[in-house]
Design a protein around this ligand. Structure first.
Ligand code: DGJ
Length: 467
């Protein structure tokens, strides 16, 4: 086929060479005839070249050789050998963080473990674009959801939505398309440009539907909105229909409220103090935040969903300006709140909660609160979801050789989710964020080890995916 195409291209050029079509020049002839059939586009096609600016990605054929490429910003050559590609820019510049792959990269992705902290590919050879998400098991397959990121600092808002991938072995991920798309309607809460983070999906046995929650900041509000978005679908890959966004548990006090947090005096104090609550020291550290938000609902940012053994669904999220964790009991259809909720880890500033249960104990892994910058993880444990929760320590061990970072910085990453596989293994998922170029954020999946009521998570280069 390639050779037939090349033959057709040279026949066209030979026929329309400018001389045979006098008075047209070679250039003019080319504009109308030859260029459309024997153009630069053919040169790119010869090298199997594709370019995605939003994803910051260039891909090439897996045929060994040296190929021309041009993408509108730059041009150069790509040398393909042993399934790897090296790219040379002859003129122009490529944005930092651009990733390159080959078709043999696609073969690599198949049935071979992904490597922690490296770029992961799906079964079509494209970079897996699912960050801060989760994996759900349903119908004999695993379903991976996450934040779709684009190139550069624009990657911190959502122009696409929540992509979905599926796999039967946790290693080979098939692109299932966009499960929840952001809206083109600027009035929608999930309009293009909103902040849509940490999507989590669970199956609701009571309704037979799939329910997605995510942290939402409506467009143009920075991180001041602090809402959860709720969407629902009939199939794991969607399409998910956006139901609404909301602050959590409006009109209710926590079940474990202290008496001095309720009543008019507490409300007046809280209305005065919550505004200083950003600070982690002095007044901010002591500020009473949540009573001021009982009427309208509590703020919610980093979050996870958890379905307990009894089928009860829970939203666990950082609230009170990220200073305190809230555990919100969900209604039977998981699409709202029962109004029963608990506060834990008060003023512990825990973000990125990831939850699992083993041998009658719940474990919650989280991070400190330092924006996109990595910090030291911590975990809590409890015999009941509704507490008491005890802070234990940092479960992380070992060093990420790529950046030299160890447990003091969670290997450069941040906790995200804990999956219990159908074989009963536990996989802790982390994100190594790159706020300057979020499409190049990396995934890290590691086994959780349980011993004597304690957990450890040890760095390993190989992703904990293939059984
Ligand atoms: C830390 C959170 O864990 C992330 O999900 C994100 O919200 C960043 N903060 C934003 O700074």
């Amino acid at each position: 086929m390639r050779y037939e195409s090349a033959g057709a291209a040279s026949a066209v050029r030979a026929r329309h060479d400018g001389a045979k079509r006098n008075p047209f020049s070679e250039n003019e002839c080319g504009r109308y005839y030859a260029r459309s059939m024997a153009s630069w586009g053919l040169l790119n096609a010869w090298g199997g070249f594709t370019y995605s600016a939003p994803d910051g990605r260039m891909t090439f054929t897996d045929r060994p050789g040296r190929y021309f490429w041009a993408n509108g910003r730059a041009f150069g050559t790509a040398t393909v050998a042993n399934g790897r590609v090296s790219v040379e820019v002859v003129e122009g510049t490529l944005p930092a963080g651009m990733t390159f792959a080959t078709a043999s990269g696609r073969a690599h992705a198949s049935s071979k473990p992904q490597r922690n902290g490296e770029v992961w590919h799906d079964t079509a050879g494209h970079v897996i674009n699912a960050h801060g998400g989760c994996v759900m098991e349903h119908g004999g397959r695993y379903w991976l959801y996450g934040e779709h990121k684009i190139y550069g600092t624009q990657g911190n808002v959502a122009p696409v939505g929540v992509p979905c991938y599926s796999s039967d072995n946790l290693a080979d991920w098939r692109d299932e398309g966009v499960a929840l798309a952001v809206s083109g309607d600027p009035k929608s809460d999930i309009a293009d440009g909103c902040v849509l983070e940490r999507p989590k999906v669970v199956y609701c046995a009571n309704t037979g539907k799939f329910v997605m929650y995510f942290h939402l900041e409506r467009p143009g509000r920075g991180y001041s909105d602090g809402r959860v978005g709720i969407a629902v679908a009939d199939r794991p890959a969607g399409p998910f229909v956006f139901l609404r966004s909301t602050r959590t548990t409006p009109g209710t006090y926590p079940v474990n409220a202290n008496a001095d947090e309720m009543g008019d005096d507490a409300l007046a104090r809280s209305q005065k103090e919550w505004e200083v609550a950003c600070g982690r020291t002095g007044e901010g550290e002591r500020a009473l935040i949540y009573p001021a938000h009982v009427a309208g609902g509590q703020d919610s940012r980093d979050m996870t969903l958890y379905v307990d053994d009894d089928g009860r669904g829970w939203l666990v999220h950082s609230s009170e300006r990220n200073s305190t964790l809230h555990f919100d009991e969900l209604t039977d259809d998981y699409m709202g709140f029962t109004g029963r909720w608990w506060r834990f880890a008060e003023k512990d500033w825990t973000e990125a909660p990831a939850l699992c249960k083993k041998d009658g104990r719940y474990f919650l892994v989280g991070s400190d609160c330092t924006g996109w910058a990595p910090n030291e993880a911590r975990y809590y444990r409890a015999r009941s979801l509704t507490g008491p929760w005890e802070r234990v320590g940092n479960p992380c061990r070992g060093v990420n050789p790529a950046n030299g970072l160890g447990p003091e910085k969670t290997w450069g990453g941040q906790s995200n989710y804990i999956l219990k596989t159908r074989e009963g293994r536990y996989i802790a998922m982390f994100d190594i964020w790159n706020p300057e170029n979020q499409v190049d954020s990396r995934l890290v999946w590691l086994p959780v080890q349980f011993k004597g009521g304690e957990i450890t998570i040890e760095w390993q280069d190989r992703c904990e995916a293939v059984p």
